[in-house]
Write a protein that binds this ligand. Structure first.
Ligand SMILES: [Zn+2]
Length: 72
């Protein structure tokens, strides 16, 4: 599966692909080199600016939660 996305900073188009589940991931814009978050959804993708995604859609926040879930 792949999709064409738009950079939330400069609106440059970019094709992302090779995702096969609904886990969000980071993309670095080829035009402005800024990082943003792409989350695959049922009918396409949702794009967030870095830091503006809800925790469940933020790869780093998810990783932090998972790392912390095994601790007391
Ligand atoms: Zn950009």
């Amino acid at each position: 599966m792949s999709a064409t996305i738009r950079c939330p900073y400069c609106n440059a188009g970019q094709v992302v692909g090779e995702f096969d589940n609904y886990a969000p991931f980071y993309v670095n814009c080829e035009e402005c080199s800024r990082r943003y978050i792409v989350e695959p959804v049922r009918h396409g993708v949702v794009v967030y600016r870095d830091g503006e995604a809800p925790c469940c859609s933020d790869p780093e926040c998810r990783a932090t939660e998972m790392a912390g879930s095994g601790q007391e």
